[in-house]
Write a protein that binds this ligand. Structure first.
Ligand SMILES: C[S@@+](CC[C@H](N)C(=O)[O-])C[C@H]1O[C@@H](n2cnc3c(N)ncnc32)[C@H](O)[C@@H]1O
Length: 264
């Protein structure tokens, strides 16, 4: 296969990546044949995933707009993905041109494209790390040169925690972030939900396909609500991403949860 000039040398073009599959579902161009092939297999079984990816992206944009309007001037976007329409710094700068943003992702393509997009913007920093290395992330000198953790921060963990299995204790990870930020900070989280019944063979097939790229941990609303322990959920609480601060009512396509919590 031809290797595009933008592909970082360390990546394996034969292995699908969740960042690039999501990019493809959003209509982006930073994906390889293996990602497109897997995305099409998944979409053949669950076509609603494409709409759901756009709905999640809509939640991210509306949450950033809400947070900037609430006075937040610092954003830590964990598992930020490959840049696409309506990135966090763009949404934040529309409301607050002085807002500072740190993007972080484990995926080298997401990091390379994020860096290319913001290289001349001193308000924005891009880090490559695994979200599970929470303490190292919080101590990172480049993060601390961009964000002042003695002031309120919005931590965004949007469509990422379903890639962190229970064995890695995502609740503890979120708890460390909550404890590290000052009162008046916010956490915005979305994650794919688990049906309250057993998975249909179709749903199981999709989960199994995704597991080829990254194991997937579907969670119930109750489990997702636990990520907001110690925080005050802002209205309308934990809802489908498409419905969070949406202009119009929409049908829920698949179980998925989104919420924004404020540290009192
Ligand atoms: C579905 S995308 C979401 C992107 C963006 N947050 C959004 O909502 O539009 C999930 C992202 O999480 C990243 N990711 C998954 N597991 C991760 C981990 N353990 N550490 C850091 N990033 C991770 C993937 O590389 C991917 O870019």
């Amino acid at each position: 296969m031809d290797r595009p000039a933008w592909a970082p040398p360390e990546i394996d073009l034969e292995r699908p990546s969740t960042a690039r599959i999501y990019d493809y579902m959003l209509g982006g161009l930073h994906n390889f044949a293996i990602d497109r092939q897997m995305a099409e297999q998944v979409l053949a079984v669950a076509p609603q995933l494409r709409i759901s990816a756009h709905a999640n992206r809509g939640f991210l944009r509306r949450a950033v707009k809400f947070l900037a309007a609430a006075g937040i001037r610092q954003f830590l976007d964990l598992g930020s993905g490959i840049p696409t329409v309506g990135n966090v710094h763009e949404a934040a700068h529309r409301v607050a041109p002085d807002a500072r943003v740190v993007y972080l992702d484990a995926d080298p393509v997401a990091v390379a494209h994020s860096r290319a997009l913001v290289e001349d913007d001193e308000r924005v920093t891009v880090l490559q790390a695994d979200i599970r290395d929470t303490d190292a992330i919080l101590a990172n000198p480049r993060l601390n040169a961009t964000l002042d953790l003695s002031q309120p921060v919005a931590v965004l963990i949007v469509a990422v925690l379903h890639f962190v299995p229970d064995a890695d204790d995502p609740a503890a990870l979120v708890g460390r972030l909550r404890d590290a930020v000052v009162p008046g900070s916010y956490l915005a989280i979305s994650q794919v939900g688990a049906p309250t019944r057993a998975l249909t063979p179709q749903e199981q097939a999709v989960a199994d396909m995704y597991t080829r790229a990254n194991p997937v941990a579907l969670r119930t609303g109750e489990q997702v609500a636990r990520f907001f322990a110690g925080l005050e959920l802002v209205e309308p609480g934990l809802v489908d991403p498409a419905r969070w601060h949406a202009d119009e009512d929409v049908d829920e396509l698949m179980p998925s949860y989104a919420g924004v919590g404020r540290k009192p």
